[in-house]
Design a binder for this molecule. Structure first.
Ligand SMILES: *[C@@H]1O[C@H](CO)[C@@H](O)[C@H](O)[C@H]1NC(C)=O
Ligand SMILES: *[C@@H]1O[C@H](CO)[C@@H](O)[C@H](O)[C@H]1NC(C)=O
Ligand SMILES: *[C@@H]1O[C@H](CO)[C@@H](O)[C@H](O)[C@H]1NC(C)=O
Ligand SMILES: *[C@@H]1O[C@H](CO)[C@@H](O)[C@H](O)[C@H]1NC(C)=O
Ligand SMILES: *[C@@H]1O[C@H](CO)[C@@H](O)[C@H](O)[C@H]1NC(C)=O
Ligand SMILES: *[C@@H]1O[C@H](CO)[C@@H](O)[C@H](O)[C@H]1NC(C)=O
Ligand SMILES: *[C@@H]1O[C@H](CO)[C@@H](O)[C@H](O)[C@H]1NC(C)=O
Length: 421
């Protein structure tokens, strides 16, 4: 058949937090015939969620895909000119999707078959990879090597992702299975894709609300934080509507079905400053899903707060510090504990996950004044959440957000609890 040489493709996806444009790297090696495509999601905390990725590209010439292992194209296209041996796909612009878990072993490839779901790098680098193999040939008689494909596109997860042109890089070498021979790809290329929250959607998709033990005010999410254009289609309270069959079925266009709230966000993150001990303080974090059409599998919550360098204990969630700016250790990622709360259920009674965090005070910087105890930035699944305006934060009685007084600590110390934790 048309298989002479090995060739490799890799797609890597990368992003730096706190940059509005996240980088997504994709690199691939290819030549004629067999190509291994590896997609690595280097985004620290944006995973590729159910229903998974869909990758498309355009062949430069008349290439066809003879066979695939670990994934498939969505359409075969017109292969009528082939007699007998019929290719897997003859389309000039193939669209590739991952296979579902549990396919027969002979259709599997390492790191394949996860229904296109790819974990965030910061959460689990070993699950942040998706791979498959394609065997490429040319329509017609030519056995020349494949030309660089064009127009790589991540059709899903969809808006927000843009891929640059493929760039030729030094060929990858790899060992044969018996490890006795080194072979080299004829050509290797690298595609970089980036993610931009602003390309993805006009409005944020989550918001933050705040409260504290020292003030009964609950600072809600800003009104219309996620845009109020869906207000007409939202679901009020626990209406009969919720029992309708098919309500929870995800729609093709991914349109959410939101519970009516003043913020109209699918996700709200609540940060409650719960207790102030002598050497420690405690925060309660709750994430609530207001979308009736989505379960968030493998969700992540990234938080920036100057005291996160002294996280002592995290209850119910898993936690990982993220060294965003090499030396500043003020950002961390929370995510669900496997099989316990790594699935954030659709809106309703179980549509929330909660945790408590115990932080050791750095006596020099710790204060309840001026909203210091509230997070600076919050990201849910890598999307920045809208914070309330600082002048609405709950503040200490008698202290004003404008007139800064170094509030005496006796108010706080009267609330000290003896080593409750
Ligand atoms: C292509 O095929 C022809 C004959 O079929 C052969 O002579 C030539 O070496 C092949 N070229 C490559 C690059 O394999
Ligand atoms: C690349 O994609 C764009 C938009 O989808 C399309 O207009 C263009 O013709 C494509 N180029 C090739 C070579 O297929
Ligand atoms: C592809 O690009 C990324 C980022 O620019 C780089 O880290 C990686 O080493 C490149 N791959 C190859 C094979 O050159
Ligand atoms: C969410 O998950 C639960 C349990 O797996 C399932 O019953 C429900 O239908 C799912 N909802 C959606 C919107 O997928
Ligand atoms: C960052 O903070 C965590 C605790 O949240 C700590 O375990 C880790 O050692 C710190 N890393 C650095 C480089 O300071
Ligand atoms: C907090 O973390 C910093 C840096 O990780 C460390 O130097 C310090 O000793 C820790 N403890 C306190 C109480 O600040
Ligand atoms: C609580 O904070 C709010 C600002 O969000 C402020 O208006 C109010 O006076 C504070 N309550 C007390 C008792 O100081």
């Amino acid at each position: 058949m048309y298989i002479h040489n090995k060739s490799w493709m890799h797609c890597n996806i990368d992003s730096r937090i706190f940059h509005q444009r996240s980088r997504l790297l994709t690199f691939m090696h290819c030549i004629i015939n067999q190509a291994a495509v590896t997609m690595s999601n280097f985004q620290m905390y944006r995973h590729i969620m159910n229903p998974g990725w869909t990758l498309g590209w355009s062949w430069a010439k008349k290439e066809v895909i003879w066979s695939m292992v670990g994934s498939q194209t969505t359409e075969q296209g017109d292969c009528s000119k082939f007699k007998g041996n019929v290719p897997h796909c003859c389309k000039k612009t193939p669209t590739v999707v991952d296979l579902l878990p549990g396919v027969p072993y002979n259709q599997q490839f390492s790191n394949c078959c996860k229904g296109g779901v790819v974990a965030a790098w910061g959460q689990d680098p070993s699950s942040a990879v998706s791979a498959f193999q394609v065997s490429v040939g040319q329509a017609g008689t030519s056995n020349k090597t494949v030309k660089l494909p064009k127009n790589f596109t991540l059709l899903a997860p969809g808006p927000g992702y843009t891929c640059g042109p493929a760039k030729i890089v030094p060929s990858t070498t790899f060992l044969t299975t018996d490890k006795r021979r080194k072979t080299q790809a004829l050509m290797t290329w690298n595609v970089t894709c980036t993610y931009s929250q602003f390309l993805a959607r006009k409005n944020p998709s989550c918001c933050v609300s705040l409260s504290s033990f020292y003030n009964s005010t609950i600072t809600p999410c800003p009104s219309c934080a996620c845009g109020c254009q869906n207000k007409k289609n939202c679901v009020k309270g626990r209406s009969k509507f919720l029992d309708m069959v098919g309500l929870h079925t995800p729609k093709r266009d991914n349109e959410p079905l939101l519970q009516c709230t003043h913020h109209m966000c699918p996700i709200r993150v609540h940060w409650h400053v719960k207790t102030n001990y002598k050497d420690y303080w405690r925060v309660k974090i709750a994430v609530t899903n207001f979308n009736y059409r989505l379960n968030y599998s493998l969700w992540t919550l990234a938080v920036q707060h100057p005291n996160l360098n002294n996280v002592t204990q995290v209850f119910s969630f898993d936690y990982k510090p993220l060294l965003a700016y090499q030396s500043i250790n003020d950002t961390g990622m929370f995510y669900g504990t496997k099989f316990f709360n790594d699935l954030l259920m659709e809106a309703g009674p179980s549509g929330n996950v909660q945790s408590e965090v115990l932080l050791q005070k750095n006596k020099k910087t710790f204060t309840l004044n001026q909203g210091w105890a509230f997070p600076r930035r919050v990201y849910f699944n890598g999307e920045e959440c809208m914070m309330p305006s600082p002048d609405t934060y709950p503040y200490l009685p008698n202290s004003s957000p404008v007139n800064v007084l170094n509030f005496p600590t006796f108010i706080i110390s009267s609330l000290l609890l003896l080593a409750l934790w």
